[in-house]
Design a protein around this ligand. Structure first.
Ligand code: GLU
Length: 278
């Protein structure tokens, strides 16, 4: 059975771009007699706000969507992501990177081979140096070591594939370099939590915007390393504003809340984003 989801972050009001993701996922589930899930991606507790979460439910109900309860709220499951991270730590697939954002920006600026190679160290500091940094209480990021992943998976690393709307795609995790999967005080990044939850929730098809197309290349590798199934992917076009630029959460005029308050209907929204009226 097809299982798909809409996974917004409650860090602002939903706009027309979110409506396209949510409606595409919902319509796809309906047409296939499948399931539609809603997941609140609120791991960034510095930016997530309860009023935005409440607005998500209101906006989606107004659009005519129905979803399964209970809704999974990521902030309530940090122990899951910590355990997933720990399994990568135990297998030496991640390492602590103590460089500051500024040091990394400087490394990128002086990179001879392009940005990706130079943010990638590939392994931990020598043990005594690392111990000293930990003793000093320094901040660090947990990065996925592509070098270790290649060694762990052998030839399978080079035959990672996923299916999207264009057909079968060879996954190329190298384009992400050694991605940050967590930080010292923060057991997960979007990538780790999203991959974990899609598998846990039995999602068979991930439907999201074109802007996350690149993420699939990393997610497929994480799935392999964590022994999770790879769903199929479908990336939809982005909704552009009148200026031809993609919409951002700060574009007030295109928030679903302001459209609702201006008296628009859910069919108006569907037509505005190029979908058939419901
Ligand atoms: N939470 C992400 C966002 O709001 C979406 C993640 C996903 O669909 O995988 O951009």
């Amino acid at each position: 059975m097809l299982v798909t989801r809409f996974a917004p972050s409650p860090t602002g009001h939903l706009h027309l771009g979110h409506a396209l993701s949510a409606l595409t996922a919902f319509d796809t589930a309906q047409a296939a007699g499948g399931r539609f899930l809603l997941r609140i991606e609120d791991i960034d507790q510095g930016r997530a706000r309860p009023e935005f979460e409440a607005a998500i439910y209101e906006d989606l109900a107004w659009l005519g969507l129905r979803w399964e309860e209970p809704v999974r709220r990521q902030s309530e499951h940090m122990a899951d992501y910590r355990a997933a991270l720990q399994s990568l730590i135990d297998r030496n697939l991640v390492y602590r990177d103590f460089r500051t954002r500024r040091e990394i920006a400087e490394a990128i600026a002086s990179a001879p081979h392009g940005p990706v190679e130079d943010v990638t160290r590939g392994e931990a500091l020598p043990p005594d140096e690392e111990a000293a940094r930990l003793m000093a209480g320094d901040a660090f990021a947990w990065r996925l070591s592509l070098k270790k992943a290649r060694a762990a998976l052998g030839p399978a690393y080079f035959s990672l594939v996923f299916e999207d709307e264009t057909g079968m795609v060879r996954a190329d995790p190298e384009r992400h370099g050694d991605a940050v999967l967590a930080r010292k005080e923060f057991p997960t990044s979007y990538h780790l939590a999203s991959v974990w939850d899609d598998a846990l929730q039995g999602v068979t098809q991930v439907i999201r915007g074109e802007d996350l197309r690149e993420a699939a290349h990393l997610h497929v590798l994480l799935q392999k390393l964590l022994d999770l199934p790879t769903p199929t992917y479908r990336h939809h076009r982005l909704v552009l504003g009148a200026d031809g630029q993609r919409l951002a959460k700060r574009d007030r005029a295109s928030t679903l809340k302001s459209l609702r308050e201006a008296g628009k209907t859910s069919d108006d929204v569907r037509l505005m984003i190029g979908l058939k009226a419901g």
